[in-house]
Design a protein around this ligand. Structure first.
Ligand code: C5P
Length: 397
């Protein structure tokens, strides 16, 4: 379905080789019925001419704050307010850095700072620039500011090197915008609770029992739910991720703390998604001082079972509340997931298998099967952001 018709889109073009693909993107958006205002950086003009862009968009391309011969002022504020969405494609390392720090030295970045609408960036650069800590840090900052990053692909680059940094194909960028307008504010007025990350169970003041969960799936779900208008409470174990824009985060450490925070938020929640990798056991006793290594051996650390947060919420679930769990399995996935669906009184369970390449802990991708009492749907390997969108689509379907 085409949801781009009549939408006002600011297409920001910066100075990268991939700018030639922006012409195709512009054509696709215009063909879909969108009104597109191109804003280009001075170096963008070195790669693609404004004549081509204005002919395709049917509007003069904006580059400068003023038109030199008439003195006409281009209002970045007006363009920012006019936009239903802004997409910067290609987004160079330089423009991403300026956006992340608020450097307003050209029309494109100034328009970004004035934009009230959601902003998308499609990075394009050489693999080393893409992998540089400063680029990754700037992208993290932009994500935390609510910008959607349309992840670059891995492939042959303009430098003939092969790596990550190819701008996503125009069809996919147009598709991401279309999906944004499709889902709109489908969770407006809904309260969503999400648990994410590992739990740490303290042994002594310096040691704990934990697991390899990074929290990426849960954080992607929180960002997606917030983007769709939900009021999101994210109960997060210890992770190294920044707070998704518009999400209320409750930071916890242990399973018991996570249970307490989740039970509190569940009272008012319409939807709860249990994406945390909760430690199954905790040491029975916490040793208040650092256990010394002079001991030849530590006899044992007795473990006791942690509360099952999903099952506890399942017991108090009211009519109208939707409870979703995850099952990370190494074998017998479907059967185990179905058993958990029933035992924990869940409405839906998302199965991911550690035996699938690219799925599970730590990766930026996941491959899931969504299981309800009515049946199951298997999805291909996708970015965790896309997987989050699929899961929320299934919940709201
Ligand atoms: O039983 P298992 O750990 O495989 O179940 C996974 C699901 O249950 C996940 O949704 C996880 O977040 C949730 N869970 C929980 N509390 C636990 C263990 C798992 O909420 N103690």
């Amino acid at each position: 379905m085409n949801y781009l018709k009549g939408k006002h889109i600011v297409l920001g073009i910066t100075g990268g080789i991939a700018a030639y693909k922006s012409v195709v993107l512009l054509r696709l958006l215009v063909k879909a019925g969108a009104e597109v205002q191109v804003v280009i950086t001075p170096s963008g003009k070195e790669f693609i001419t404004p004549v081509t862009l204005s002919a395709l968009s049917g509007k003069p391309v904006i580059c400068d704050f003023f038109t030199a011969n008439t003195g006409e002022w281009h209002s970045h504020v007006d363009i920012g307010l006019w936009a239903d969405a802004m997409v910067v494609a290609p987004a160079t390392a330089c423009t991403l850095a300026k956006m992340a720090t608020g450097v307003a030295d050209n029309m494109l970045v100034t328009t970004y700072l004035s934009a009230k609408a959601p902003v998308f960036v499609a990075p394009a650069m050489d693999l080393d620039m893409m992998a540089h800590p400063s680029t990754l840090r700037n992208l993290d900052t932009l994500r935390a500011d609510g910008v959607t990053v349309i992840e670059p692909e891995t492939g042959e680059l303009a430098s003939h090197l092969v790596g990550r940094g190819r701008m996503e194909e125009p069809e996919k960028i147009a598709g991401a915008l279309n999906r944004f307008f499709t889902v709109g504010q489908s969770l407006l007025g809904k309260k969503v609770l999400i648990t994410a990350g590992p739990t740490y169970e303290r042994i002594d003041p310096v040691r704990f029992i934990g697991n390899f969960s990074t929290g990426k799936m849960g954080y992607a779900l929180a960002a997606e739910a917030a983007r769709r208008g939900a009021e999101v409470t994210l109960v997060s174990g210890p992770v190294a991720l920044s707070r998704p824009a518009g999400v209320h985060v409750v930071y916890v450490e242990s399973a018991r703390q996570m249970l307490e925070a989740a039970e509190k938020a569940f009272v008012e929640a319409d939807i709860a998604i249990m994406a945390a990798a909760v430690a199954d056991y905790a040491p029975e006793q916490y040793v208040g001082h650092k256990i010394k290594r002079e001991h030849d051996e530590v006899d044992s650390i007795r473990l006791v079972k942690n509360p099952d947060i999903a099952a506890t919420l399942g017991k108090s679930k009211r009519a109208g509340q939707t409870l979703v769990g995850f099952a990370l399995e190494t074998d017998n996935g479907l059967a185990n997931a179905r058993e958990k669906l029933e035992r924990k009184n869940l409405d839906m369970i998302v199965l991911n298998s550690l035996s699938d390449k690219g799925a599970g802990f730590g990766t930026d991708t996941n491959k899931i099967t969504v299981i309800t009492c009515d049946g199951e749907t298997a999805f291909p390997l996708k970015s965790k952001a896309d997987v989050a969108a699929d899961i929320i689509d299934c919940i709201t379907a």
